[in-house]
Structure formats: C-alpha cells, structure tokens
Design a binder for this molecule. Structure first.
Ligand code: BJW
Ligand code: ZN
Length: 238
C-alpha cells in the first residue's frame, strides 16, 4: 500500500497540506485537544469567543499575549521545514488552522491561514489591522479610534475570511495528493477540506500520532510524529 502511495507522490503535480496544532507540537507549542492540550486546562468558551472577549478582554488578551510570546520564541521544526523544501520539486499549498506563522517562517510561500494569525491585531470597530512588532503598554490595547484591539484570529462562532476559505476549497478540490498533518479534524468548516479532496479523487495521506474521524478514508495513515514523518515523505520525491 505504501509503495502505491509513494508512486502517486512522485507523480503528483500539486500537493496540498492541511495542517493543525500537531505539526507545531514538536516546536513546543501546545495542541488543543491532546493529552496536554489547551482545552484540557482552559474553557474555550471563556477564551475563544467574542462574548468571552467582551466579558473579560483583559483575561483573553493576557492568554493570547502569553501564547504569542511562546510562539515568537519557538522555531519551525523538521515538519514545517520539509513542507517548505518540497516546493523545490512540486506545486505546494498549505491550508493551516494554525495561527503561529511557523510555516511561513520555515519558508513556505503559499500558506492560507484559515483561523487567522496571532501576529496580527485588528480593531473591533474600524478597519485598522497591523502586525504586532512590539509588546503592549496596556491590555487590552486600544486602537487610535479609541476602541479595543483584538487578536486577528477566528473564534468559535465567527466565520472564516470568505476569500481564504474559497481559495482553500479550490486548492483542496484540485490537488493530486492531500497530506493531513496533526489535526483532530474536530473543528468545522476546516474539517471539510479533506472531503473536497477525496471527492475529487486525490490520494489521501494522514500524519497523526492518533486516529481521526477521517482515518478510515485515507489511502495511508502514518501513526507517527510530524517532525519525524514529513522529512521521510519528502525524501520520496527529492
Ligand atoms: C500530532 C502531534 C505530532 C499531536 N505529530 N500529530 C456548536 C456550538 C458552537 C459552534 C459549533 C457547534 N457545532 C459546530 C460548531 C462550529 C464550530 C466548531 O467546529 N465547533 C466544534 C469544536 C464543535 N466552528 C466554528 O465556530 C468556526 N466558524 C464557523 O463555523 O462559522 C460558521 C458561521 C457561519 C456564519 C456566521 C457565523 C458563523 C470557527 C472555528 C474557529 C476555531 N478557533 C480555534 C481557536 C482560535 C485560534 C487560537 O486561539 O489558536 O482554532 S479552536 C482551535 O481548534 C484552534 C485550532 O485551529 C482548531 C483546530 O484544532 P487542531 O489544529 O485540529 O488541534 P487539536 O488539538 O484538536 O488536534 C491536534 C492533533 O494533532 C491531534 O489529532 C493529535 O493526535 C495530533 N498530534 N502531536 C503529529 N507531534
Ligand atoms: Zn479602530
């Protein structure tokens, strides 16, 4: 079975990755639902919704600011780096649920951030949006217009950016191989992307230390860590 997949990987023109928190776990960034996952310690409804933000903006900001500092101190791992390296040989697109920017820092050039970015802030009222280059003198930080700034991430109940979502569907629907890495596929609509690829006849590969709801639909499921497995997969085509 693996040989057949290796052959399709070699012949593929376009490879699309769908990535989640698991790919950054080996960079020291915690996942959400795993053993040491963030949602085991914190209630997502108190930290990752717009209602929670308006109820306690300082608490939500303190949580994001601490995560932002951890993320900025982290480095891309062998998983991120090998996806970037694959661009030397194939057309590669990365559809990521991660907000950590590690794919871009690893050198990937075609990255769609489905759930936004922790490096960017936006105003809750006006159109202001910017990358954060320094720390904040107060939390929550305020916009020049006087209203609160918030992290530019997608919270529960919020729609994904329409443009990014449409592009993600297009890439998923037109790839030869989809490689799904380190996501529990618990969150919609991102968990539909493998369905689009499968419906269009893509070869499906999963890299995850645990089973997921889509494992049965895969051509091959590799039960091993992203930083160990992705370099091995990329070496097949290089
Ligand atoms: C390894 C590894 C290693 C570990 N190597 N593998 C009921 C009520 C309210 C809402 C809903 C509801 N039912 C459905 C919804 C919709 C909701 C949803 O899906 N909820 C479900 C959880 C039930 N979705 C939404 O609300 C989305 N918006 C939406 O649907 O809009 C519709 C709409 C239309 C019109 C008007 C209004 C709305 C938005 C979802 C936003 C998700 N946001 C978060 C947090 C924000 C960003 C942040 O702070 O970081 O995004 S939640 C969190 O989950 C984060 C992640 O991107 C996302 C996905 O998690 P991921 O990446 O899969 O991580 P884990 O931890 O789940 O899995 C890690 C995996 O890695 C595991 O499988 C491990 O085994 C593996 N692993 N180490 C390889 N080393
Ligand atoms: Zn403003």
């Amino acid at each position: 079975m693996f040989e057949q997949v290796a052959d399709r990987l070699k012949k593929a023109e376009k490879i699309v990755f769908v990535t989640g928190a698991g790919i950054s776990q080996e960079s020291g960034i915690p996942t959400f639902r795993g053993k040491d996952g963030l949602w085991r310690k914190y209630d997502p409804m108190k930290l990752a919704t717009i209602d929670a933000f308006y109820e306690n903006p300082k608490l939500v900001w303190e949580w994001y600011d601490e995560r932002r500092r951890n993320i900025l101190a982290a480095n891309p791992n062998a998983g991120h780096l090998s996806i970037a390296e694959l661009e030397k040989y194939k057309q590669v697109f990365v559809l990521t649920q991660n907000i950590d920017g590690l794919h871009q820092r690893a050198g990937s050039t075609q990255v769609y951030e489905l759930h936004g970015s922790i490096i960017t802030i936006k105003c809750t009222v006006c159109d202001f949006k910017d990358k954060i280059t320094t720390g904040f003198s107060q939390l929550p930080p305020l916009c020049k217009c006087g209203n609160m700034l918030r992290p530019d991430v997608v919270w529960f109940g919020e729609p994904l950016s329409q443009g990014i979502w449409q592009s993600a569907i297009e890439q998923a629907s037109s790839c030869d191989v989809m490689i799904i890495v380190g996501t529990s596929l618990a969150v919609s609509p991102a968990n539909l992307l493998p369905v689009y690829a499968k419906q269009n006849g893509a070869t499906m590969i999963e890299v995850n230390i645990e089973q997921t709801p889509m494992s049965q639909s895969m051509d091959v499921s590799l039960r091993s860590s992203a930083a160990k497995t992705l370099p091995e997969l990329v070496s097949i085509v290089s």
